[in-house]
Design a protein around this ligand. Structure first.
Ligand code: GTP
Ligand code: MG
Length: 315
């Protein structure tokens, strides 16, 4: 735990208490005093510092608006899709991309791995990508294809995408635990988990384990959101669902699941579905910023696009 300006002895006590940064940030000073030996003044300082770390200290609406304007967005390569998202995939939040088999979730992830590397004026963040693959569907060949079509330096693009296969949920947690360092060292601006829920679904089977499963999903999602906020990066998780929209990871759109992180920073949720040929429809749910809208885009040889190139028209 890093808490700038807090003295070592207090840090040690916090460490022993096993409280997380989030636990501290949402505590009252009296609660903290009950848990560790610390003065009221120190407790207030610790809580404020934790809130600063997480970016959840109170701000005015004007400051909020200014901060939002400065937040980075990664283009999807479809201006219509970007439009419904308010400019692309935003940093400092977790975006859930849900959809059925072949709806384009992984293709979108590949596209974002390339696009995050683009210059700011081309819709990128001049940063790198970290791809956590739970289904072993990462395809360097497809990245090469997409990057080549756009005239990019293919080798450089590949070198700036870090991939880690997560074998099970335990492994996923342990990968996420090590991300702090690599995010800083390698200028990671996009973190992807494709697919987020698959291991949870296969390991926590049956109705009686549903609550436990949801708790674990929330726990890791909150860790990802902390990283997103702390390092100003975009986090995208995919979620394979049948046509039924209610199967969103974080509760149905009408009834968002509760959680500390969601209370303050609702994540973006996108539902993808197949349409005719190579066309796809993206629908934005549950955004505090944007109305619920749909966009039409295409998955072609070159990656995601607005209007397909002629050769893809009838594919
Ligand atoms: P699951 O992981 O199975 O849940 O699906 P997904 O949503 O991740 O699907 P994915 O992003 O892998 O999309 C697969 C679809 O993308 C295919 O059915 C194709 O329509 C399209 N696609 C993939 N590669 C290419 C390609 O090289 N050219 C074209 N034109 N389309 C492609
Ligand atoms: Mg996929």
């Amino acid at each position: 735990m890093e808490l700038k300006g807090i003295d070592k002895q207090i840090l040690q006590k916090l460490k022993e208490s096993k409280l997380t940064l989030e636990n501290i940030a949402v505590s009252t000073s009296d609660e903290l005093i009950r848990k560790i030996e610390i003065s009221k003044k120190e407790a207030i300082k610790v809580i404020e510092t934790a809130q600063n770390e997480l970016g959840i200290q109170p701000v005015t609406a004007l400051q909020f608006l200014e901060a939002e304007g400065k937040r980075g967005k990664i283009t999807t390569s479809s201006s219509e899709f970007d439009g419904i998202l308010g400019g692309g995939i935003w940093t400092q939040e977790l975006t859930e991309v849900a959809g059925g088999f072949g709806s384009g979730k992984t293709q979108l992830c590949f596209q974002l791995c390339i696009n995050v590397q683009l210059p700011f004026d081309e819709g990128g963040l001049e940063g790198n990508a970290f791809f956590i693959d739970t289904e072993r569907t990462f395809s360097p060949k497809r990245i090469v294809e997409m990057a080549t079509y756009r005239g990019l330096e293919v080798e450089e693009i590949l070198e700036n995408i870090y991939i880690n296969s997560a074998l099970n949920t335990h492994h996923l947690f342990s990968i996420v635990d090590t991300l702090d360092e690599i995010i800083q060292k390698k200028n990671i601006k996009l973190l992807i988990v494709d697919s987020f829920a698959s291991h949870f679904r296969s390991e926590y089977i049956g109705k009686e384990r549903l609550v436990e499963r949801q708790q674990k999903i929330m726990q890791i999602a909150e860790e990802l959101i902390s990283l997103a906020v702390k390092y100003d990066l975009a986090v995208v998780v995919t979620n394979q669902i049948m046509a039924n929209v209610e199967e969103f990871l974080f509760g149905s759109p009408e009834e968002p699941a509760l959680g500390f992180a969601w209370a303050h920073r609702p994540q973006q949720r996108i539902f993808l579905r197949k349409s005719r040929g190579s066309s796809r429809i993206a629908r934005l749910f549950d955004s505090s910023r944007m109305p619920e809208r749909e966009a039409l885009f295409y998955v072609t040889e070159s990656g995601l696009t607005d209007a397909p190139f002629s050769s893809d028209f009838y594919s």
